[in-house]
Design a protein around this ligand. Structure first.
Ligand SMILES: *Cc1c(COP(=O)(O)O)cnc(C)c1O
Length: 436
């Protein structure tokens, strides 16, 4: 097999996601033959540093021996059993551990396979909770401007990214957005907490008016990922929690991208010392190995579904809910967090990359260089009509896998990245910028 042969077959048979397929006439696909640690290798012997963790899912490198070992062991025991009417040790152990790690009081784990499905579940649970507790008018959802929660119809209805949403608008239920606390939008001289407070005041005005019809506020804590890595101050989360309590609506924290250490703490909500009513997790949960997502719910929500009436229960299901292999991968991921003191090591790695990025951060064409935990982003001044594709192609020539969103370049590397690789990432990104 070589690159050219495989990419021709792929274009003939595979409809690729998030892609105008015709663009591949000019920008070839990259066929990947194998992965090892932070590196991916194509069929022609070239390598690429996976600086975006394969769409933010990979935490501990490709073909990680510890996760591989756990999966091999599980393969010889049980590959899958439906989770309705049955249970198994991996799903029980994972639920116990997630509840122990998450903000206190989220003791009930519901599973699905993808992030968008977790969002659907959280929205349905919130709506159904209000119905079960005699508040059937509470059917609306509030979301933040520029938020992203996935692309199935329900999740897309609380997403605010025009490129993904506008085409399907006629199919979507209308939900309201409130201003984003994105730190880049603060007035000159306005401190980050003061800006967060101003945005929370706008949220309060909306809640005051509409809370009787609202079921929940959904948001991405600390970093709005697919909307362009917008970072914001934890003060906003603190105030949003308080306002949701005051006006009687649920707070749904979508930590699908930011959970599992991405923002520097295990979960981003910890930085505001808040507990959401529903916590959505996916992406890094299985270390980038298998599709798995979870929604963690409070006792109060769980209790509202518990009773003799079947329809009062939460009847949602997916065929692969709680898949044992995916749960074993997730357990291996949590073992690595513990055994390697990952969060502490990441703090040192983040400081190292920030230092290595000094020349990049101060480059005359770079704006808003920013960092939260293991996420970095900046905007590039460029009038190239296809900046993101052009930048990605130039980066690939320098052994970097980068996928800018519009003019926003970001790094979201696997936590297993070494200092030498971080230094290479910073240096080659600067070279790429200079070539673009
Ligand atoms: C990726 C993402 C989703 C959707 O997850 P999928 O697995 O792609 O369906 C939802 N919310 C956030 C914040 C995400 O980053």
């Amino acid at each position: 097999m070589n690159n050219q042969k495989l990419l021709e077959r792929s274009l003939a048979a595979v409809w690729h996601p998030c892609t105008q397929m015709k663009a591949h006439e000019r920008h070839p696909l990259i066929p990947i033959a194998r992965g090892e640690g932070t590196w991916l290798y194509d069929y022609d012997g070239r390598r690429y540093l996976d600086a975006v963790s394969s769409w933010w899912v990979n935490l501990f490198g490709h073909c990680n021996s510890r996760i591989n070992g756990a999966l091999r062991d599980q393969l010889d025991r049980l590959e899958h059993i439906m989770l309705a009417g049955f249970t198994h040790e991996p799903v029980v152990a994972l639920s116990e551990r997630l509840s122990r790690l998450a903000p206190k009081g989220l003791g009930h784990c519901f599973y699905a396979s993808d992030g968008a499905a977790a969002v659907e579940i959280a929205l349905k649970m919130s709506f159904h909770y209000w119905r079960n507790t005699g508040a059937a008018d509470k059917t609306g959802f509030l979301c933040l401007a520029n938020g992203y929660h996935g692309e199935t119809l329900g999740a897309l209805s609380v997403t605010d990214v025009a490129l993904f949403k506008d085409t399907y608008a006629p199919l979507l239920r209308r939900n309201d957005t409130v201003p984003t606390p994105d730190g880049r939008l603060a007035e000159p001289g306005e401190s980050p907490p003061a800006f967060a407070e101003r945005c929370a005041a706008a949220l309060e005005a909306r809640l005051e008016r509409d809370h009787r019809q609202l079921a929940a506020l959904i948001l991405e804590p600390l970093v709005q990922g697919a909307g362009g890595m917008a970072m914001y101050h934890p003060r906003y989360l603190e105030l949003a929690r308080r306002l949701c309590d005051r006006y009687g609506i649920h707070l749904i924290a979508d930590e699908i991208a930011v959970g599992f250490g991405r923002t520097g703490t295990m979960f981003a909500c910890e930085q505001a010392a808040i507990r959401p009513d529903l916590l959505c997790l996916s992406k890094g949960i299985s270390g980038g190995y298998l599709p798995l997502s979870a929604v963690l719910a409070t006792d109060a929500i769980y209790a509202a579904f518990y009773g003799d009436d079947v329809a009062r229960g939460f009847l949602h299901s997916h065929s692969y809910t709680g898949n044992p292999l995916a749960c074993r991968a997730a357990l291996a991921v949590l073992d690595i967090f513990e055994e390697d003191d990952v969060l502490a090591v990441n703090r040192r790695k983040a400081a190292y990359l920030n230092e290595s990025c000094e020349p990049l951060a101060h480059h005359p064409r770079v704006r808003n260089f920013r960092n939260t935990g293991m996420i970095w982003a900046f905007e590039v001044d460029s009038d190239h009509p296809e900046f993101s594709r052009h930048f990605a192609a130039q980066a690939a020539q320098r052994e970097l896998l980068l996928r800018p969103m519009g003019k926003t370049v970001y790094f979201m590397p696997p936590y297993s990245i070494s200092e030498a690789e971080l230094e290479l990432l910073a240096r080659r990104t600067l070279e790429t910028l200079e070539a673009c």
